[in-house]
Design a binder for this molecule. Structure first.
Ligand code: PMT
Length: 221
């Protein structure tokens, strides 16, 4: 096979939304379908990469063939699998929607309604920031994060780019109808340290994935 831009490169991609359980049947989740991550895995494979896709329980997309598929449900599980695969990866793309908080305690039995008060308070504690870990511990790896913003896209995304020390941040305005969570299309702004933002106008997630990966290739070590 002719040399493709990602031939011989190991690309690790996360997709979908994590679940943080309150009890055995209830969880805090989000609207991520995994389409963006699955599109990235498919296009990276087509560009010659050895792809490992870590998908969460919220992903019901048809899986691409010829890629390694791993699963994770909670943020803690995702962190464990990402760290394990990170060592042998050349590129990591964190497209998953990862919960920033989890319940301090997960009840072992389904929570019952209490008599008396009508209120139930849930105490949440911060999860590990996996992207921040990758930005801090990367050696040769190219680390790419996403930013799901609803306002001040550029300012918020630039803040994340710097704070998390990543090589590229893919910012998408998830308040816009028709792009972001669950949609077939997306529109993103690619931020890189010391570079002008690159706008990828609204298109299919596969076309957006191709645009993202094309801009990652020059960063490969
Ligand atoms: O899955 P789809 O339905 O196709 O929707 C695609 C998408 C909107 C989910 C995707 O394009 C997207 O924006 N993914 C990132 C969603 C998210 O969690 O963004 P954030 O701004 O909350 O997180 C910033 C980055 O840090 C992300 O790369 C995230 O994976 C990572 N993160 C966040 C929290 C945490 N504890 N650890 C992390 O690694």
């Amino acid at each position: 096979q002719a040399d493709q831009p990602l031939t011989g490169k190991h690309v690790l991609i996360t997709a979908g939304g994590t679940r943080e359980y309150l009890d055995p049947v209830r969880y805090l989740g989000n609207e991520s379908s995994g389409k963006m991550g699955v599109a990235l895995a498919t296009v990276a494979r087509d560009l010659g990469a050895q792809v490992t896709l870590i998908k969460t329980a919220s992903v019901h997309e048809t899986m691409p063939t010829d890629i390694k598929i791993l699963t994770a449900v909670t943020t803690a599980e995702l962190a464990q699998v990402v760290k394990q695969e990170f060592v042998t990866s050349d590129v990591v793309i964190m497209a998953a929607a990862v919960a920033d908080y989890r319940p301090v305690t997960t009840a072992t039995q389904k929570l019952k309604k209490t008599d008396g008060t009508n209120h139930l308070t849930v105490d949440l504690v911060k999860n590990e920031d996996i992207l921040q870990y990758l930005g801090s511990y990367k050696t040769h790896q190219v680390v790419v994060g996403f930013a799901a913003e609803t306002n001040d896209l550029l300012a918020n995304a630039t803040n994340k780019l710097v704070k998390k020390q990543v090589d590229m941040l893919v910012a998408n305005d998830v308040s816009q109808v028709g792009i972001g969570f669950g949609s077939n299309e997306n529109a993103v702004t690619l931020l890189q340290p010391g570079r002008e933002p690159i706008q990828l106008v609204q298109a299919s997630k596969e076309q957006i994935a191709h645009g993202i990966l094309t801009n990652i290739v020059p960063l490969l070590n």
